[in-house]
Design a protein around this ligand. Structure first.
Ligand code: PNS
Length: 166
């Protein structure tokens, strides 16, 4: 809580989360220590094909963040800044894995600030997860590789179900 005016400090962690990885959970959990409330929002992108439905992604996020009481899970379609406005969230928190993430993230951050005055804070990813991406997890799992150290147990179970279902 902001001691000056008693307002709740809220932050948004937006993403595709197809599926959520331990890298995401690391950022979300650190964010949960810094803010009173953290909203993790799954962006519905109809032009991007996904492996998991939005409902499945929401369930995996809910299960994977169950130990953080100030984290809530939601979904949105449209501009992230509009979501922020409606839910009174002044800041977006993004994890940065490497310099390669920076250019695009900076562009989006500056656009979002210009569009609606919503700030973005970049959090360096834990080096343990600097190589981790949902796309790689899906690729490895598809060919039977071991991703147990890369995703929460709930995601592992669902990936195995997908693989065994062919
Ligand atoms: O996990 P991702 O796919 O890297 O997440 C990207 C996401 C969803 C955070 C980003 O594409 C986004 O914010 N999309 C919402 C639409 C929007 O506001 N676009 C303009 C950004 S300047």
């Amino acid at each position: 809580m902001n001691p000056e005016d008693g307002t709740i400090r809220r932050a948004l962690c937006p993403g595709s989360f197809d599926p959520v990885t331990n890298g995401h959970i690391d950022i979300i959990s650190r964010c949960a220590k810094l803010y009173d409330e953290v909203v993790v929002a799954v962006f519905v992108n109809q032009s991007k094909s996904s492996v998991f439905t939005v409902e499945e992604r929401l369930e995996m996020l809910t299960e994977g963040t169950a130990e953080y009481p100030n984290v809530t899970i939601d979904t949105f379609q449209g501009l992230v800044v509009d979501y922020c406005k409606v839910h009174d969230i002044p800041v977006i928190v993004k994890g940065l894995r490497a310099v390669s993430d920076f250019d695009y993230e900076l562009q989006m951050a500056q656009m979002n600030r210009g569009l609606a005055g919503v700030d973005t804070l970049f959090m360096p990813t834990n080096p343990e997860y600097s190589f981790l991406a949902s796309s790689l997890v899906k690729e490895i799992a598809k060919w039977g590789g071991d991703v147990s150290s890369l995703v929460p147990p709930t995601v592992l179970t669902r990936l195995k179900e997908r693989t065994s279902a062919g």
